[in-house]
Structure formats: structure tokens, C-alpha cells
Design a protein around this ligand. Structure first.
Ligand code: ZN
Length: 241
């Protein structure tokens, strides 16, 4: 089985479409690690496309904020403005869909979670080597796929020791090693590469690769500006930060 694992779409329909096009023919199924909404201009269309195309979806902090399950004062001013704007543009069906997403799911030999598998509703970021190493006891599967930081990377732990590789492109799954893989962000990359990121997990080839896809950043930016969302949210897309 070949899974496309996508995360942090953030209402960026151009990026989502480009990733689904890239995944078409490469992956047999698509799963989503949350933050479908927030920041971008097309929350409803992104929810509908994810609901239609994804076999499994877990919720992120932006879903919880828009569904009223997380206080907005948790967010910085840009995220808060976007969450309020998003809330007003969704109907009851969209909000109901967001509100019932589980925070953790298992898929074959992998755990799917938006933030840290340790206390997923605390929304902790896995950034440093130590952050990732500390999360291994919190899941039972061989692999754990995460998003949230918008920066691709992998943490590995085995009898040989442990390692952290930020910005990883491809890993071959070794039977004696466990992995946490951050798949990066579809709609708002923050690793100075503005291209959309997603991960292809091939269970038979025992390989995970993070792919990058160019998309129409100009169109996504223009929609954010036209919507009256904070201009910073448009400009950061071009810089991948
Ligand atoms: Zn996010």
C-alpha cells in the first residue's frame, strides 16, 4: 500500500490541489494530519476536498479553535484573526465535521497525530532532537507521522542509538528502528522552501519520502489579500517561512 500523508493545508486550495495531483498515481490512498483550515482564504473548499479524498483525518489545533474546542487566546494575533475569519465562513456541516475529528489514529504500523503523540491536545511542537526522542514512549507503532511545525524532518530510535535529521528527503525503514516523521506542510511551509510538502509512505518498499511540489503561490496570496486577512499571511507563502 502507498499512502500520501498530508498535513497543515491551512485553507490553501492551490497547494492542496497541486499535492493531490502529484499524489495521483503515486499513492493508493490519502490521509491527513490536520490543520485543514486557518490562515488561507478557502477553508470550506479545503474541508470538502479533504473529506472527499482522505481515508483518515486527525484534527489539529486550528480545527479545535474553529470548532470552539480551544480558546483563541492560545493563538498569536495572526492565527486568531484567521480563526475568527474562518469560523464566519463555514456552515454548520463544516463545523460539525471539524469538531468530531479524532486527535490520534492508527493506520497499519503507524500512528497519525497532528502535534506530539504525548498529550496530543497540548499541541506541543516537536522541533529539537530531544523533543522527538522524548515522544517515542507515547506511541506503540513502528512509525509515527506528525505535522504542526510545518518543517519536515525525522527522528529515529533503535538498539544502535538515535538520530534526528531535519529536512529529510527519504528514509528506508529498518526493521530494528522506530521513526517519527514530520511530513511538512501543504499550505504554509516554514523551512524557507515555498513549495508544498507531503510524504509518500510505501509499506511494501518500506520507504518514506518527503516530496515538494511547486504550486501557484501568487494566486493563493492574492486570495488572502482579497479576503482581508492579515497581509503577513500572504507574504510568508512566497518566502516559505
Ligand atoms: Zn499548522
Amino acid at each position: 500500500m502507498r499512502y500520501a500523508i498530508i498535513s497543515d493545508i491551512h485553507s490553501n486550495l492551490e497547494a492542496l490541489r497541486a499535492v493531490l495531483d502529484d499524489a495521483h498515481g503515486r499513492a493508493d490512498a490519502v490521509v491527513c494530519l490536520g490543520d485543514v483550515v486557518g490562515y488561507g482564504a478557502e477553508p470550506a473548499a479545503c474541508i470538502e476536498l479533504v473529506a472527499e479524498r482522505c481515508q483518515a483525518v486527525v484534527g489539529g489545533n486550528h480545527e479545535h479553535a474553529v470548532a470552539g474546542l480551544l480558546a483563541l487566546d492560545w493563538f498569536n494575533p495572526y492565527a486568531r484573526a484567521a480563526a475568527e475569519w474562518t469560523r464566519d465562513r463555514l456552515d454548520d456541516d463544516h463545523r460539525a465535521w471539524l469538531a468530531v475529528l479524532p486527535l490520534v489514529r492508527e493506520l497499519e504500523d503507524a500512528t497519525l497525530v497532528h502535534a506530539s503523540p504525548a498529550q496530543p491536545d497540548e499541541w506541543e511542537y516537536l522541533m529539537s532532537a530531544e523533543d522527538g526522542y522524548a515522544a517515542f514512549p507515547a506511541f506503540a507503532t513502528r512509525l509515527c507521522f506528525v505535522g504542526h511545525s510545518h518543517v519536515p524532518g525525522v527522528w529515529m530510535q533503535g538498539s544502535w542509538g538515535r538520530a534526528h535529521e531535519p529536512g529529510v528527503g527519504e528514509i528506508t525503514i529498518d526493521p530494528g528502528t522506530r521513526y517519527i516523521v514530520n511530513v511538512g506542510s501543504v499550505g504554509q511551509p516554514r523551512d524557507r522552501d515555498p513549495r508544498a510538502a507531503w510524504a509518500l509512505w510505501d509499506t511494501e518498499a518500506r520507504r518514506v519520502s518527503v516530496r515538494r511540489v511547486a504550486y501557484d503561490v501568487h494566486a493563493a496570496r492574492a486570495k488572502i489579500v482579497a479576503a482581508g486577512l492579515p497581509r503577513f499571511l500572504a507574504d510568508r507563502l512566497a518566502q516559505g517561512r
